[in-house]
Design a protein. Structure first.
Length: 424
């Protein structure tokens, strides 16, 4: 009835103040708040302040209870509600401090329990190799050997069940691994790294991003095996439609020390967000430190093309091809040309009708490397046919157009390149 009264104005302002006081007396603070939320006057404001203070108190109490029960998500939800109802920074800080203390106590208890249950009588100098045959910790120890030492120690202390959970992921059972790893996250926040890997394997990008963000906040983003947690998180944020957040993360990580993979990710993000001048500058800087990275040459070509510098784009792509030049390939190694770079370079030469001989060489390299031709390969072939005066270009263009849906921006590209040739 109170909702209908408020909605249709059945009660006068003074009656609503009195009703709110009655609600407060019965301990119904939220009803009291709603009753006077839009009522003007000092009496209403005083009652509203009382109701809000009570709502803050109730949510703070509930947040503490949730944190004590290990319900991290529920505790955070009630803290957020307390903040919305007007909790002070000190009130929120006190609860968060208590939550951290509870997490640490739980972690220490879990570690103590794991250590008590995992006592191994060593044979020889190394207890690891004294474990029973088939014990998952042996394989797990070899798996995390490349991890940073502090992380290795924290994860290694979680015992047999944690090792088995990680090995589930290694054996392709990402779903069971995610569930098993979740049991360790509250006791040991470092376990979020392994759970993030499981979420990635499941394609659950928001969950992976959340775990990596929490891991980075507590331990700092770092390289772990083949993964840099900051790079992976930035890539996930970009995929989830948060490129500016990803850029800010890269800047934060780089402020703590240079890292080529983070700097390269930042350059890609600058390109993706249309900050082309900054992207070209950033890509050039990273290339100076990583002159063999073919992907960076391609990125530099794409950025220059987006800036309208077609010749500069060609120069960047040619420079990428030239990274393989050496007097003795058996000593300096050989990296196959980057196929996307070849496609873009061939396209630029052919579209602009520049250096026909070099264009043929690039097209020949491309055709020799592509096993399953894409639409872009068909476009390059049609450009080459047009430039050579091949009459089959009409059929090739018809096939290119029929492969695209109405509104595809590539249709305008086809029209711009081939309409004059087909009508001339």
């Amino acid at each position: 009835m109170s909702f209908l009264g408020r909605l249709f104005g059945i009660y006068s302002p003074q009656e609503r103040v009195e009703r709110a006081r009655a609600f407060l007396a019965k301990g119904e603070a939220n009803e009291a708040r709603l009753e006077v939320l839009d009522v003007q006057g000092p009496e209403a404001e005083a009652v509203l302040a009382q109701a809000l203070a009570e709502m803050v108190r109730l949510n703070v109490v509930e947040a503490r209870a949730r944190f004590s029960a290990g319900d991290e998500e529920g505790g955070q939800e009630h803290l957020e509600m307390a903040r919305q109802f007007g909790a002070t920074a000190d009130q929120l800080k006190d609860v968060r401090r208590e939550a951290r203390e509870l997490r640490e106590e739980a972690r220490q208890a879990a570690l103590a329990k794991a250590q008590q249950a995992e006592v191994v009588v060593p044979e020889g100098d190394d207890p690891l190799w004294s474990l029973p045959p088939g014990d998952p910790r042996v394989r797990f120890a070899m798996l995390i050997e490349a991890y940073p030492a502090p992380l290795r120690e924290r994860l290694g202390a979680l015992g047999r069940d944690f090792a088995a959970a990680v090995l589930l992921l290694e054996d392709g059972q990402a779903g069971p691994a995610f569930e098993a790893l979740s049991a360790f996250v509250e006791a040991e926040p470092a376990a979020r790294f392994e759970r993030a890997r499981a979420a990635l394997a499941l394609g659950q990008l928001p969950r992976a991003a959340s775990d990596l963000a929490a891991f980075g906040e507590q331990f700092g983003h770092q390289r772990i095996g083949a993964m840099h947690t900051g790079v992976t998180l930035a890539q996930l944020q970009a995929q989830l439609g948060r490129p500016q957040e990803a850029l800010a993360l890269c800047d934060q990580v780089l402020a703590r020390g240079a890292d080529l993979s983070v700097a390269a990710t930042r350059a890609h993000l600058l390109h993706a967000t249309g900050q082309l001048e900054a992207a070209e500058r950033a890509t050039s800087e990273v290339l100076r430190a990583a002159p063999k990275d073919l992907g960076l040459y391609r990125l530099l070509g794409q950025v220059r093309l987006a800036r309208g510098n077609r010749l500069g784009a060609m120069q960047a792509l040619e420079a990428g091809l030239n990274t393989n030049n050496c007097s003795n390939p058996t000593k300096c190694g050989f990296t196959p040309p980057d196929v996307p770079s070849l496609r873009l370079l061939a396209r630029l030469y052919l579209e602009d009708r520049l250096d026909p001989q070099r264009a043929r060489e690039v097209v020949a390299m491309l055709q020799g490397m592509v096993q399953q031709p894409t639409w872009e390969d068909g476009y390059v072939a049609a450009l080459a046919a047009r430039n050579d005066g091949d009459l089959s270009v009409t059929e090739m263009v018809t096939a290119l157009r029929s492969a695209l849906r109405p509104g595809d921006p590539r249709l305008a590209l086809v029209d711009a390149q081939f309409a004059p040739a087909l009508t001339g």
